[in-house]
Ligand binder design. Structure first.
Ligand code: TMP
Length: 211
């Protein structure tokens, strides 16, 4: 089973993924937790290229796009597909939908072109379920406000993050069976309880039986 997590800054994805990992492992599942960008050694280097601040030079949106896609292609081929083939549950912190939300809805690149490029990068591999931890970007900003060394994207204006959030809402509406929206303004315990409830029915079913 392939699960992805999506959401804006400060939504608590990493915390929830770690808690879910512990819960799934306690039930005897073999789980691989990974992320994009940065789930491989090459990906780590790409992550730095994208997220580090270079005040003297702006990274063009199309160049940024191709860096995410390069990270994704390598990650799918060398990490995600092999783990799925070995029967592991894969949990990916961000996946192709982040490109649609951030580069498409956020930066204004053409959505159909992005979908084609995502397909090329992933070979068509889609998550079985996508958990969208939805949070008002103003709250997300407040949560990460004191975090030292905010990256280039975290420092984007609130308006950018509002567009990303609307993008997630549109994507979730397009594929309601795959997308699970969870209210990330709730406490961490409440969000985790919600994730367990939503995931429970799928855990004892073969992947082919997923909707
Ligand atoms: P993270 O901080 O959640 O690891 O994500 C890194 C940043 O990269 C985050 O601001 C979202 C952004 N991003 C994109 O813009 N497009 C993408 O395709 C991915 C995977 C992430």
């Amino acid at each position: 089973m392939f699960l992805s997590f999506e959401g804006g800054e400060g939504a608590g994805k990493s915390t929830q993924i770690q808690s879910l990992l512990v819960w799934l492992q306690a039930q005897g599942h073999t789980v691989l937790v990974t992320r994009q960008p940065g789930g491989t050694d090459y990906g780590q280097r790409i992550r730095h290229l994208i997220l580090d601040h270079h005040p003297s030079e702006l990274l063009s949106p199309r160049a940024e796009l191709f860096l995410y896609l390069a990270d994704r292609a390598h990650h799918v081929d060398t990490v995600i597909r092999p783990a799925l083939a070995a029967g592991q549950i894969v949990i990916c912190d961000r996946y192709a939908d982040s490109t649609l939300a951030y580069q498409g809805y956020g930066r204004g690149l053409d959505l159909n072109e992005l979908k084609t490029l995502n397909h090329l990068a992933t070979g068509g591999l889609q998550p079985d379920l996508t958990f969208w931890l939805d949070l008002d970007p103003a709250l997300g900003h407040a949560r990460i406000g004191d975090r030292p060394g905010k990256d280039r994207l975290e420092s984007e204006a609130l308006a950018f993050h509002q567009k990303v959030r609307s993008g997630y809402a549109a994507l979730a509406a397009e594929e309601p069976l795959r997308w699970q929206r969870v209210d990330a303004s709730l406490s961490a315990q409440a969000v985790l309880a919600e994730l367990k409830t939503r995931l429970g029915p799928y855990l004892n079913s073969p992947v082919e039986a997923l909707p």
